[in-house]
Design a protein around this ligand. Structure first.
Ligand SMILES: [Zn+2]
Ligand SMILES: [Zn+2]
Ligand SMILES: [Zn+2]
Length: 761
């Protein structure tokens, strides 16, 4: 019987996941002849010859049995009756052919079970080898410089394989057949422990030694997969205090890495979904509630009811714990200076961190792309991204519709991610973070260019925030000129709402968007918005009451300013007395308090509708937080208090026109002090905001005949507010939509911006 030839093109995440070796084995086992090769657009091409039935069931098996980390977005087959007469099946050298098929290399993948077994096996030649990997696990995104995903295009090219590794690499029956990250103690990158002056510390195993030093109370910078971590003991208070002082990080919580799941369960509550997240190949940091028996140094996550925890995700981490025998967990915080991106380079680490780091654990492999850890939290029962980065980026968010054009979006100013989108895929970058200073802007610039290179996209339109002076806006303008394309500026809260349309394939939505700050179309500070939103049109239907922002940005740093403004505006009699009693919390004391009062009297201030600022004001009135040392601090500490609270204030939602009133709420809080527990008052504030916003949102949705109500913005990280809001809206027969694939905070903005620019007329 005559055979057929089939040309198969597969796109998705098919390079760097053991796909070619898988195809090879499958084809050989079926007696099919031909070849498989990587293409320059991150896709894979397969050509086979054989009978039609055999080829068809081969294709079925590709879909059914593909390696776990592979994602097939598209598989096109083209049958031809003419055979070439291949004599065998081969893996050919990659072809630099590009079609912009929407393929991408995978995110970094945590060490797999098989590699971990070898790592722990004393008879294995990779026993305790810190960079043990295979076709199914290891770094991908962080080592790639250009496509296709072949060793010479990664930072592994600096390490020539030894004969033994090469044998594995070329043996089709080996599980490291064509594993680009293959390495061993003989040929792989070497590691080195140095002191803060860069002088080598002689030791048998630098990792175990580093772990020992950490448990003795030293601070050690550890070069990992996507950048440096700073490691410290979780049982001693001194290193944490030292770290805080040096990083100018008074209160911001540090994430920890648990030794294993059992160890984590001794200090935190781990539910079923959280357990799955913690042990997933993505290995994000998961925010867990501290358990009753919580015993780690109190300064790690001060004033909060939860703590960020991750599990080891590379051999290196297991070795650290071998040295740090007594530690149930280690502080593993991003190695950076405040406001700057994570450090990924040995020299830079020594230069910038040696002021407070005692030792450096370095290795020779270059990090091509920086990548911070991801952070996930269960909100209202759903895993919600606080930060979508390592393990997830650059895998695309799949859209249900096809975009009209290729776009790039630049986010806002904090928690920035970039997004390159075309057709039905939105490729969000890793977490870039703060884009204010030069370092952040350069990082965003490089990230955009790299994503464009990896996806082969040619942008036709760019999108950024409406704020005229954000550094991301200025960068987008520059790129618009360079790429010669138009630029859409998308209002901040509208972009948040658009991210819900993009994720859930909705044409329109009534969205409640609550966050700290976004630039409004009237130039004012928005942040508690009720919007009608479709791709082509949006309207502001309502918002929180406008409250005085006394001293502009200072009002966000010192919540007492905010609280006073609300109380004074509400005509609360004892407002002045209250502020004067608080003057010790202001940097310039009584004098500053008097200036604040004067500013109010003269009406020389801007106003804000921000939900974040109202939560701040509540935190100040309840004596929970008087100074913001990190983004969201007062609101997070309020939430921590409310976690143990119940409803005591029976406030009816006060709505006037499109305005949700907040003045009465603050006065009720004031009057409740002393009569009720602070926990219960904190709970009641959150409850009021959620209910009042839900009330207004529902009546607007009903008026417009909309069935979909969204809740997004940074406040949507708050479990209590989000779940209360959802219950209320659902009780009216409407459906609630939240962000599931991107963060509801500003880390998800680039998706909304990209969706707008890609879909609009
Ligand atoms: Zn593996
Ligand atoms: Zn080797
Ligand atoms: Zn925002």
């Amino acid at each position: 019987m005559r055979g057929l030839k089939a040309e198969i093109k597969v796109s998705g995440i098919v390079q760097g996941v053991g796909f070619r070796p898988f195809i090879y084995r499958l084809a050989v086992s079926r007696g099919l002849k031909g070849y498989v090769r990587n293409l320059g657009d991150a896709g894979v091409e397969i050509v086979v010859e054989g009978s039609k039935e055999n080829i068809e069931s081969f294709i079925e098996d590709i879909r059914r049995e593909k390696p776990a980390p592979a994602v097939i977005n598209r598989l096109d087959v083209n049958f031809q009756s003419r055979e070439e007469g291949f004599r065998e099946f081969k893996i050919l050298e990659s072809l630099d052919k590009r079609e912009k098929a929407g393929s991408i290399i995978p995110p970094d993948i945590a060490i797999c079970d098989q590699c971990l077994r070898e790592f722990l096996d004393p008879s294995n030649r990779r026993h305790k080898y810190y960079f043990i990997t295979c076709t199914l696990c290891g770094p991908r995104y962080t080592i790639i410089e250009r496509l296709p995903y072949d060793r010479p295009n990664t930072t592994m090219r600096d390490f020539e394989m030894c004969p033994e590794c090469f044998r594995e690499y070329t043996d089709p029956s080996n599980r490291r057949f064509h594993a680009q990250t293959v390495a061993c103690p003989v040929c792989g990158p070497k590691a080195l422990l140095v002191d803060c002056r860069g002088k080598e510390v002689p030791c048998r195993d630098p990792f175990v030694e580093a772990g020992k030093l950490v448990s003795e109370g030293f601070i050690v910078a550890v070069k990992g997969i996507g950048g440096f971590h700073i490691a410290a003991s979780t049982l001693k208070s001194e290193p944490v205090r030292k770290l805080r002082k040096a990083k100018y990080r008074e209160q911001k919580p540090f994430a920890v890495m648990g030794r294993n799941l059992e160890a984590v369960e001794t200090f935190a509550e781990v539910g079923e979904v959280e357990r799955r997240l913690l042990t997933s190949p993505e290995r994000p940091i998961v925010l867990l509630n501290k358990s009753r028996e919580y015993y780690l140094a109190e300064d790690i996550a001060p004033g909060l009811h939860n703590i960020g925890v991750m599990l080891p995700y590379t051999g290196l981490h297991y070795l650290l714990f071998e040295g740090a025998r007594e530690e149930p967990a280690l502080i593993m915080t991003s190695g950076n200076l405040s406001g700057e991106p994570i450090i990924s380079d040995n020299e830079e680490a020594l230069k910038k961190l040696s002021r407070f780091v005692d030792y450096f654990l370095l290795h020779e492999r270059r990090i091509a792309q920086k990548c911070d850890d991801s952070v996930v939290r269960l909100v209202d029962g759903k895993p919600t991204f606080i930060r979508r980065s390592r393990g997830y980026a650059p895998a695309p968010v799949r859209l249900k519709v096809k975009l009209k054009r290729s776009v790039v979006a630049y986010g806002a100013e904090e928690n920035v991610t970039a997004c390159v989108a075309f057709e039905d895929k939105a490729f969000l970058s890793q977490y870039v973070g703060e884009v204010e200073r030069l370092e952040g802007v350069e990082y965003l610039d490089r990230t955009v260019r790299h994503l464009l290179r990896l996806t082969g996209a040619r942008p036709e339109r760019l999108a950024c925030d409406l704020h005229p002076r954000f550094a991301s806006t200025l960068l987008a303008r520059k790129h618009a000129e360079e790429y010669n394309c138009s630029l859409s500026q998308v209002q901040h809260h509208y972009a948040h709402a658009l991210s819900l349309l993009a994720e859930h394939d909705l044409e329109e939505i009534l969205a409640v968007v609550c966050d700290g700050f976004g630039y409004g179309v009237d130039g004012k500070a928005w942040g508690g918005e009720i919007l009608y939103c479709s791709v082509d049109e949006w309207r502001r239907l309502g918002h929180l009451e406008e409250q005085p922002l006394l001293g502009g940005d200072l009002a966000a740093l010192y919540p007492d300013r905010m609280a006073y403004g609300v109380l004074a505006k509400a005509g609360y009699e004892k407002a002045e007395e209250w502020l004067l009693n608080r003057s010790r919390w202001l940097p310039h004391g009584r004098k500053e308090a008097e200036t604040i009062m004067k500013t109010f009297e003269k009406g020389r201030y801007l106003t804000t509708t921000s939900a974040g600022r109202i939560l701040d004001a509540a935190a100040a009135i309840l004596d929970i937080c008087h100074r913001r040392t990190y983004e969201g601090e007062p609101a997070m500490k309020l939430e921590a208090k409310a976690h143990h609270g119940r409803r005591v204030l029976d406030l009816k939602p006060e709505i006037e026109g499109g305005t949700v009133k907040t003045s009465g709420l603050m006065i009720a809080l004031m009057e409740g002090l002393g009569r009720f527990r602070v926990e219960d008052l904190a709970y009641s504030v959150e409850e009021y905001l959620a209910e009042a916003l839900a009330e207004l949102a529902c009546s607007e949705a009903e008026r417009l005949g909309l069935k979909a109500v969204g809740f997004t913005g940074g406040v949507a990280f708050n479990h209590h507010i989000t779940s209360t809001f959802r219950r209320r809206v659902e009780s009216r027969g409407l459906k609630v939509y939240v962000n599931l694939q991107v963060p509801p905070g500003d880390g998800g903005l680039s998706l909304g911006q990209a969706f707008k620019a890609g879909m609009e007329k």
